[in-house]
Ligand binder design. Sequence first.
Ligand code: PEP
Ligand code: MG
Length: 287
Amino acid sequence: RAYDDRRYLERPATTASGERVRVMLNLADLGDVAAVAVRDCDGIGLVRTELMLRTLSDLADEERQFEHYRDIVAWAKGRPVTFRTLDAGGDKPIEGYTVAGESNPFLGMRGVRLSLLHPETLAVQLRALVRAASHGELRIMVPMVTQPAELDDVRALLDETVAQLRAAGTPCARPALGMMVEVPAAAIAIDTFDAEFFSIGSNDLIQYVCACSRESDRLAALQDPRQPAVLRLIRSVADHAARTGIELSLCGDMASEVRSIPALLEAGLRCFSVAPARLAAVKAAIA
Ligand code: PEP
Ligand code: MG
């Protein structure tokens, strides 16, 4: 099977009927793709920046962030790279940044909610990203968006950051701004969001739709990714993307599970972002 999959690794992913499907990678740093040849993927669909920004001093260090982002963009050799703004909180606390003592952190201050609570920290990250965007095809994605106003606030700060850097003569570019679709409120009212692209975060979407912690093995049966409630929601987001021409991908673990690929293609998905070790298997499943 692994030998068979390798035959698919080195060609662009296409379905049996010849439709092209893009397969990108999820990573935190370049160590995650040490075993991957860049020509075998269509880009980076998700950089989880919170996995390298672990402390308050990391969050304040624009130069270190800039170098990290620029190196990932350089690795991709012109292919798109989507950086997610800090998705701290939930299971990923940062001392002095996240809110302590929440009784249910997954339903509390996490993702963009925290970024908007600390706009000065978000501004450092946006500056580093906007600077790195002058080195390649960089895009910015906002996690845990629940209401359109949250994305609008990030966009305002992004535009202000670009204007300031341009005024100072610093090399930079305005990246496309998109959002994760992982909160049911966003998936249900997807047409109300002014995003340049969408990426479905099935890990969180499933835990919130099913009211089951993603960390609970005992509730695994209730979190079947292919149950109708989940697939209908994914399909309705895909329908909206197709109607409007807004780009859509899916970057949760579901895209890395070969058993889910037929259902995702059926729902209308044509772009996945997967764990690097799953690249060959996912391309084989698409074929
Ligand atoms: C998701 O929720 O599906 C996702 C891709 O983000 P994370 O797993 O980092 O929450
Ligand atoms: Mg998530």
